[in-house]
Design a protein around this ligand. Structure first.
Ligand code: GLA
Length: 379
């Protein structure tokens, strides 16, 4: 995790006092992609990198922000109805507004923040930012009266209303509810979740960042969601979670090929998450990995959210004998998540780094996965 001293020092330099530190993590997702907004299952875990913020109330109505990573400052009044032009600050602005709407009397405050979760890598840097401020404002102004799920929903509402990404709940849920050494299976229809301790003897999880920035804003992410909603409407169900294979086949003549393939991917992914839960129950990591490859195939061919670089990384993983590999998160760039046998780990890292550079003339980045706790105040 990031060393907070840098942020504390910057806060003192700017605001001439000490602030209080908060941290919220990014996430990985073992399986269950683009299922959250379809009422399906996801299988995420919080990681050990994320966003750190130092805050202090300032007894005024003014919010003074400084983003270390962007080296930019921004000021707004807590009653200001105008969204910041700069999208980066809309995450914080949106959280402030949504917290107020939820009844938390947010007053003016000073904040310095930054992070070590790579931006645009599909590791939920924006959810980490939202959750970090949500936890902080709940603590500083709300006596911690809002529960974790409410804070996660505030982060999601921020994406919808202030950023324009119609995301599901997975990222904010994972950032809020993470637990050290545990993955979580969330049923996005009921909101029920369960912790699964993640200790795959003989295997490791690692991310390979393609370093192709993914950008969900203005991307076809929202289009994918619309396809799913169209099919669900025709099937007469609230979300695709409640659409059966039989119903989908019956509707096929009425659907565009594209909408049909999107829905086929989603129905398949629900089955795959359940297959992985079964496999994990039996300690069968090879089967888990096999399902991950199938997910990638669906994401690439039916859901069409992959890109050449990600497909290459998954193909290479397969050639290197990696048990499972797939693109992770929204897609259109970002990382692959890989389930690798211990004995293959070093050779895989070397091989993939080398071949990626040879193929694309720039480097991919290897990120070992450490499953950590969720958003919190830090000492
Ligand atoms: C992004 C969204 C999530 C989820 C994933 C795909 O990370 O923020 O809600 O839809 O894409 O699984």
């Amino acid at each position: 995790m990031i060393d907070t001293d840098l942020y504390r020092t910057e806060f003192r330099r700017r605001f001439h006092r000490d602030g209080i530190a908060y941290f919220a993590p990014g996430r990985v997702n073992l399986i269950g992609e683009h299922t959250d907004y379809n009422g399906g299952f996801v299988f995420p875990g919080a990681i050990d990198c994320g966003i750190t913020a130092i805050l202090h109330p300032n007894n005024s109505t003014s919010v003074n922000l400084y983003s270390v990573d962007w080296d930019k400052e921004y000021r707004f009044d807590i009653a200001d109805d105008n969204m910041p032009e700069d999208r980066h600050f809309r995450y914080v602005y949106g959280v402030v507004r949504e917290m107020q709407a939820a009844g938390v009397p947010v007053g003016g405050f000073d904040a310095v923040y930054g992070g070590d979760v790579p931006l645009g890598a599909g590791m939920s840097s924006s959810a980490a930012l939202e959750c970090c401020f949500a936890v902080a404002l709940n603590d500083l102004f709300g006596d911690n009266r809002l529960d974790k799920m409410t804070l996660a929903l505030i982060g999601q509402a921020t994406e919808h209303k202030y950023v324009g990404v119609k995301c599901g709940i997975m990222d904010q849920f994972a950032s809020m509810h993470g637990r050290e050494g545990a993955l979580m299976r969330l049923d996005c229809r009921s909101g029920d979740y369960e912790y699964f301790s993640w200790n795959p003897q003989g295997y490791r999880l690692l991310l390979v960042n393609s370093c192709m920035k993914h950008e969900l804003v203005g991307s076809p992410y929202n289009d994918r969601r619309e396809s799913c909603e169209r099919v669900a409407r025709l099937a007469g169900v609230e979300t695709l979670r409640d659409c059966t294979w039989q119903q989908l086949e019956m509707l096929k003549p009425q659907l565009t090929d594209e909408d049909y393939r999107r829905a086929r991917y989603v129905l398949g992914e629900t089955d795959r998450v359940l297959a992985v839960c079964d496999a994990l129950g039996k300690g069968d990591y090879e089967e888990t990995g096999r399902q991950m490859y199938l997910t990638h195939q669906g994401l690439s061919k039916d859901y069409e959210v992959s890109c050449e670089e990600l497909d290459f990384l998954v193909d290479m993983a397969r050639q290197c004998g990696v048990s499972g590999s797939r693109l992770m998160g929204g897609g259109f760039g970002g990382c692959t998540i890989n389930l690798v046998k211990e004995e293959l780990y070093d050779a895989f890292v070397e091989n993939i780094s080398h071949s990626y550079r040879e193929r694309f003339s720039f480097d991919c980045k290897i990120i070992p996965v450490v499953i950590g706790p969720g958003a919190r105040r830090i000492a």
